[in-house]
Ligand binder design. Structure first.
Ligand code: SF4
Ligand code: SF4
Length: 305
């Protein structure tokens, strides 16, 4: 999230709206909805995409990366948030590598279960390519997951590691935290529909000091949010929304209408309970907490002290 001011004619030029010096964070999600894992808490577990969906996903991703490459008047950061797992598909790996070498792209990140080998990242620029990884106990051994992490450290690639804060994951999460190098941030997402008493919250907070942000939804109605101003959500067909959680389109990437759509906005939802959303909710100030690692979910100055 660093870089120069927006060039003349770019979004925000001549006014207060738009991404300005901080650039534009673009969260992309195409049609892909398949995954090689079988997590019991996920609707995409072991789902298969038929060949026509995979072809459509690849075409949509290539169109998107073409847009990123051509949009040189804005500093861009990209987070791929596929419904399923992207890095088992060659086109996501190629997108990560290709975008990491573009001078106007500050960061390119993908959410992944880390099942696939990561050696291909040797071709990416480690200053810009990063991973948001999640450990899913029961789907992979801790040793195998840690071996992938060790390879990322060797490659000099920035990454965060997360777990879903289910009670049955706590022992594994503790062992993972103990085995990871201290400089690797471990985040914990509160499990959907799960209530945490004070002792449980304290146990998870001992692993992730920022767990408190995840454990309760953030009231967001009418509150100012960077989404739709300096962060957008993009579908495979180019539909632009302020975020993944508000359905109303505000423009399209491929007809240029996204530029005029960027402006300060307030949230229209009652609450925001997902990190990739509330990290942009202005009153929380989380852009400062995650400065320099906003999309890969690494707090500034980690590890503390
Ligand atoms: S790895 Fe992620 S996408 Fe795949 S089944 Fe598990 S939670 Fe769902
Ligand atoms: S607070 Fe959350 S739901 Fe509301 S606009 Fe921001 S990211 Fe979207």
């Amino acid at each position: 999230m660093s870089g120069d001011a927006t060039a003349t004619g770019g979004p925000g030029a001549g006014g207060a709206a738009g991404p300005g010096a901080g650039g534009l964070a673009v969260l992309y999600r195409g049609p892909l909805a398949s995954c090689n894992y079988d997590c019991p808490y996920c609707p995409f577990a072991k789902r298969h995409d038929p060949p026509d969906v995979l072809a459509a996903d690849r075409a949509a991703l290539e169109r998107f990366t073409g847009w990123v490459a051509a949009t040189t008047d804005v500093r861009l950061s990209v987070l791929f948030t596929p419904w399923g797992e992207g890095l088992t598909r060659r086109w996501y790996r190629e997108a990560m590598v290709g975008l990491s070498h573009l001078p106007h792209v500050d960061r390119v990140v993908i959410q992944t279960n880390l099942a696939a080998r990561v050696d291909w990242l040797a071709d990416a620029d480690p200053a810009r390519a990063a991973l948001w990884t999640t450990y899913h106990p029961g789907q992979v051994t801790r040793e195998r997951f840690l071996a992938r992490c060790a390879r990322l450290v060797e490659l000099g690639v920035r990454f965060s590691v997360g777990v879903v804060g289910l009670p049955e994951h706590l022992d594994e999460a503790r062992a993972l935290r103990a085995a990871l190098p201290p400089h690797v941030y471990l985040w914990v997402n509160a499990a959907d529909g799960h209530r945490y008493d004070a002792a449980q919250e304290a146990a998870w907070t001992a692993l992730d000091p920022l767990f408190g942000y995840s454990v309760r939804p953030h009231l967001s109605l009418d509150r100012p949010c960077h989404a739709g101003e300096t962060a957008i959500s993009v579908r495979g067909d180019g539909t632009v929304r302020r975020c993944h959680f508000v359905d109303e389109p505000i423009g399209n990437l491929y007809d240029g209408s996204w530029r005029a759509a960027l402006r300060p906005r307030t949230c229209v939802n009652g609450a925001c309970d997902c990190h990739i959303g509330y990290v942009h909710l202005k009153p929380l100030g989380l852009r400062d907490v995650f400065a320099g690692g906003l999309l890969e979910r690494i707090p500034a100055g980690w590890p503390p002290g």
